[in-house]
Design a protein around this ligand. Sequence first.
Ligand SMILES: *Cc1c(COP(=O)(O)O)cnc(C)c1O
Length: 385
Amino acid sequence: MAGISLVDPDIGPRELEAVTRVLRSGWVSIGAETAAFEAEFAAAVGVDDAVAVSSGTAALHLACVALGLGPGDEAIVPSLTFVATASAVRMTGARPVFADIVGTTGTTGTTGSTSGDLGIDPHEVAAALTPRTRAIVAVHFGGWPADLAGLRVLADAAGVALIEDAAHAPVVRSPMGMVGTVGDVGCFSFHATKNLTTGEGGMVLARDPTVLARVRALRSHGFTPQGDVVDVGYNYRPTDMAAALGRVQLARLDDDRQVRRTLTADYHRLLAPLAARPVHPPGTTTAHHLMPILLPGHVDRDAVQADLLAGGIQTRVHYPPVHWYSAYQPASGEARPRLPHTETLAPRLLTLPLHRRMTGGDVEAVVGALARALADQPADVRRAV
Ligand SMILES: *Cc1c(COP(=O)(O)O)cnc(C)c1O
């Protein structure tokens, strides 16, 4: 059986042609392709400039460094995110302080199902502010914009920076403007699993051109355009092969999103009669990066995943909360973070396959298999929904 993978990067003839062109040119390190990719990405989100880097993690790390985070500082981050959101803060010597997500937001739709908001809660961020806070990091989980209005007001009032981890949300309009341009710094990832992929790669935007200039210098050993070294920098440069791939993927992003939107609508329709619910209500603005659902409480998620995998269907958990990892346990004397929404929802989250090579028939197969996997659960568990 062919099976249905969670993600499947769509590398077509135009990508092959673009990368081959760069390889034939002999200029395989950073160069003109990267500059063109930066200009095209900046134009797509309506800003003047952008800096391409070697990964989303490099983008986040450079954001923290360029904003001056260091030992003794704190940055408020969600725990329900990929670990790099928090590790980028740690790499500077600063301390990530975890804040809770909004959580479930009542009932929606004709089925009266609960839906969830997996974005960081501005109220929780406000409660976590201390005199040491230097930055707030918002994650646009699954492609849905976080509450940028609330977070921007908070950051301005507190005099701290707002960093957007927009790894899931390239070229997404939010009520406050394009995602990645509302924060002081916006960070994107082009990892193989992301909507726009260059294999590995990332991009940085910044509102203040001096911050972006600092990011550009830090990306390459701290060199200025004049050849001076003004900072202890890194080698976070992308290659021109990656940039060539990115330019084609960026041009195809709209098409890709259209397919994802249709597949997501199919999921919403087919999931409606099931106990498992899409996390977000239909129709909200999103990059359609992920298709996360909430399983009924007390369902054995491992068993459901194993059932689906036996049928060739790959699923994943986005994400085990960062504060559950060993490296993120509180130091002795430090309090455990209070994150009730994160801790309640995280064990129920499951991400279903979503990528442009899928068909409506694939969505039916996934939901059918999910229904059977849920039916395999002990009856008392099913009643506990
Ligand atoms: C993928 C991802 C990153 C890291 O990006 P890489 O390119 O893999 O380094 C950071 N944050 C989030 C939310 C991500 O999904």
